[in-house]
Every structure is written in C-alpha cells, then in structure tokens.
Design a binder for this molecule. Structure first.
Ligand SMILES: *Cc1c(COP(=O)(O)O)cnc(C)c1O
Length: 477
C-alpha cells in the first residue's frame, strides 16, 4: 500500500475499455442494458479520478481492475434497483407523509388498473359525443356525500387553497386569525400560499386567542373573505379561544363576504369513538355555512393524493375556469382511485372496513395485542438458538398517531413488539432494518426499537422476522 504521486496514480487507473472487458464486468452484459453498464463503468473510474485529484488517499488496491470491477457491479445493481419501493411501516403513524400517506383501498387499486389499461372517457362526454370535462368524474359523488352544491378535484390541498384564494381573493384582503397562520411542513405556510395566490393577508387576534370582534373590526372595503385554517399539526391548549366556523360564516354573510375554510384532513366520518376528537367533519362544516371548503384526498379520507374543493356552485365554477386549474389538474389515475374510494363512503361501515386509513384507526387494542404476541413469537422462533439471548423481544403498550398533520393530540393506544440488544445500542439494528428489502421503518425510544402493530400489514411479519435473523447472523457468523 505505497502512496504514489497523483500523476502515478492517475496513470494506474484502468481505461474504461479495459474495465469493461474484465470478466466480472463482461458477465454483467447478459443481465443489464449496455448503456447502464457503460455509464456505471465511467462513473466508477471518474469517482476514483476525482479522489486522486482532490488529494484523497487512494491505496494501490483501490486502483486495480479487480476492485473497480466490484464497484461497477454494485453500482449497476443500484442503478437497476427501484428508487420508489414498498416499505414496511412499523412506526404506528398511519398517515405518514414520508411513507406515502394513505394506503389505497383494494377497490381503488383495481379501478386504477381497469382505467389505465384501456382508453377511457376522461374528457369525453359520452351522451353528447363531444369533448367533455375531466372534472365531472368525482363531482356527483362528492355532492351526494357532502351535500355541497359543487365540487372540484385538483392535484393536492395546497393547490386547492392556492386556487380558491386566487379565484376569490386576488388583490383583495382575506382575514385570518394569528392562531391559524400555520406551517404544514414541506414549505406549505399559509402566509406564503396567500402571497402566491395574490390575496392580501390581514392577520387578526393573538396566537392563543382570537374573538369574533377581532374579525369584525378588521373588515374594510378591501376585504373579500374570512378564512378559517384547520390547525392540523399543533394545538393551542390552556387560555385559548378560536371562533367557530358557524360564527365566522354568519359574520361573513352579514357583511357580504365569503367564508372559506382550509380543513387540512377533512374527514367524512366522525372518528371520535376511536379517540380522534377535534377533527372537523366535512358535512358539518358545510352545514355551518362555510361557502367553500378544501381538504386533502390522502389524509383522513384515505384516498389518493388530491385537493378537494367543495361548496357554493358560483365559486367552484369560477375556480374551474381559472387558468391555474390547468396547472393543478388531476390525472386519470387519481380520479379513478378517488371515485372508487368515495364510493365506499356511501355506506359508512363499508368505509370503516375497507378504507385502510380508517380500518387502522378503528383497530382495537385487543386485536393489536394479539398480533404483537404473534409477531414476537415468530421473531423468537426464528432467532438462531445461541444468539437468541443477545436480543430481547418483548410485547408492550405504545401509542399510535394519526399523522399527516391530523389530530396531533390524538393518542391511539396500541401494542408494539420491542427489541433490545443485550450489548450495544439499537441504532445499528435500526439502520440494518432500514436497508433491508423491503426496508423496515421503525421507531427508536429509550434505546429500544418499537414496532407498532397498527401500521404493520398482514404478511409484513415474515419480512421483519427474516430481517432480524439476518442481522443476528451478520453480527455473529
Ligand atoms: C395537509 C394540509 C395542507 C396541505 O395539503 P396537501 O394535500 O398535502 O397539499 C394544507 N392545509 C392544511 C391545514 C393541512 O393540514
């Protein structure tokens, strides 16, 4: 392992052709596309060259065709792997934005396949035989389910808020409580979305308390609407007051203004029997007099990513004509999945059973405990005898979360399988699980790994047990 001058090392670096001819690389030609192999080979050599030029220490071994061929092999298989792939969600966060939010109901998955395999009437009016609108597809169901006069589906809720404000309030004032100027994460902040829409934000009240009179006193000739924003991902507790949508709508209408609401999650079902209080229900907010409501398709609704706008026909029709709508439009996959998901809501018990987001919320502690015990014994059984004692497998109580910025204070009592290592921290195990195929995403709490059964799907237990077995083996053998 002698160090050379960088010139020497650069000279030692094999040429692309030579590396391609090495038997390990040549063998890959049968399995992988030629251009991927070529790119990987060039990249491997390039990376080495840059290391040398940067003065990083490179050993002679690292310059051999052999070593580089191994790297080409690894890089090619990485390039050919998926970047978007299924994972096991053992975090207990049901609407986990980083893990793809809601799982689609089976009927929605089947509907996507049925629609995209064939031509369809996305923008074709079958009655008239003329060009139609894509926006009619989920509209009837949304009206029937909510009692709204009209509905429009766009790409996501952030887009829905932007579109409504741009349509209704461009260059006009919109009054919002200081307690509701929220940041949802991923750079969605109400003040910034309002600025982007062209609406002028007029803040009223205080962080913890806003009164109806604060809104009333702020109304001027420039005001066009009062906006209520669901606080989603945080709560103000203690000495606090917010104005209800009914009061806000009454004031707005008395003064000839619109009342708008960004609901965030937008549940169709009352989830308070399952411990989710304070989550407004779409139908109730509409009945309270709000003119236009927006909410997400993939939060508590449990459907595909979408932004749903419902309410007064006059406003929704103006939204449809706004040129921004074209930039925010939904595709046929979304509409197919949304229509199928909404259909399940026609019978509430069916939705609770078949919409995964709802059925996970509704799962009882008893059944979660049973699953936890089963997973724990499966893991214990698969651990190779002598190593079983190094890893502690337990079943314990834990708390699941709704996630997706919905009901941050709702604690769903659940059961988890916990893993502790007799010697050493679980950080390494967490990383190992995360790099498995499929990756297993867990929580670490108090130097133990918690795997919450609420979001673990049937069939996942096999992946989990095998991954732990592989970890133990890799440590010992
Ligand atoms: C989640 C959320 C949004 C953003 O919705 P997306 O569907 O993620 O675009 C906007 N407003 C509120 C109050 C939210 O909770």
């Amino acid at each position: 392992m002698t160090c050379h001058s960088s010139k020497d090392m650069l000279r030692k670096l094999p040429a692309v052709d030579k590396l391609l001819r090495h038997e390990k690389v040549a063998r890959l030609k049968e399995r992988y596309p030629k251009n991927i192999l070529l790119r990987a080979t060039r990249e491997v050599i390039d990376v080495r060259r840059r290391c040398i030029l940067n003065g990083e220490v490179v050993s002679e071994n690292d310059l051999t065709v052999e070593a580089l061929a191994d790297e080409v092999q690894m890089l090619v298989s990485k390039k050919m792997g998926w970047t978007l792939k299924p994972v096991v969600n053992a975090t207990g966060v049901i609407v986990h934005t980083n893990l793809g939010r809601s799982l689609l109901p089976d009927s929605a998955v089947e509907r996507i396949v049925a629609i995209v395999r064939r031509y369809n009437n996305l923008e074709y009016d079958l009655e008239k035989g003329t060009r139609g609108s894509r926006y009619v597809h989920a509209e009837g169901l949304l009206r029937d389910l909510t009692g709204a006069e009209a509905a429009l589906v766009v790409n996501n809720n952030a887009g829905a808020v932007l579109l409504v404000l741009n349509t209704v309030a461009k260059q006009r004032e919109v009054i919002v409580s200081r307690g509701e100027l929220v940041e949802i994460g991923g750079s969605f902040r109400i003040p910034e979305v309002m600025a982007a829409s062209g609406a002028i934000l007029r803040e009223v009240g205080c962080t913890n308390r806003t009164h109806l009179s604060d809104y009333a006193n702020a109304i001027s000739r420039d005001t066009i609407a009062l906006l209520k924003v669901h606080k989603s991902n945080y709560r103000i507790v203690g000495f606090s007051k917010e104005v209800s949508s009914a009061e806000l709508a009454e004031l707005a209408h008395l003064r000839g203004l619109y009342c708008l609401e960004d609901m965030g999650s937008g549940s169709f079902v009352d989830l308070s029997p399952y411990g989710i209080k304070n989550e407004p229900i779409v139908k109730a907010e509409l009945a309270a007099g709000v003119d236009v409501l927006t909410f997400s398709g993939d939060k508590l609704l449990g459907g595909p990513q979408a932004g749903i706008i419902i309410g007064r026909k006059e406003i929704v029709e103006r939204c449809k004509k706004n040129p921004l709508t074209r930039a925010l439009r939904v595709d046929k996959l979304t509409l197919a999945a949304l229509e199928a998901t909404l259909k399940l809501y026609l019978e509430e018990p069916v939705a609770l059973e078949q919409v995964p987001t709802l059925s996970m919320i509704a799962r009882t502690s008893d059944s979660l405990k049973r699953d936890a015990e089963e997973l724990a014994s499966r893991i214990r059984a698969i651990l190779p005898g002598p190593y079983g004692q190094d890893i502690n497998v337990d079943v314990e109580r834990c708390i699941s979360r709704v996630g997706g910025g919905a009901s941050p204070d709702a604690e769903l009592p659940s059961w988890a399988v916990s893993l502790r290592l007799a010697n050493g921290s679980v950080v390494e195990l967490e990383e190992f699980l995360r790099n498995c195929n499929p990756p297993i995403i867990v929580r670490i709490d108090n130097d133990r790994i918690l795997m919450d059964l609420r979001t673990i799907l049937p069939g996942d237990d096999k992946y989990i047990a095998e991954a732990i077995q592989r970890f133990v083996r890799s440590k010992k053998l």
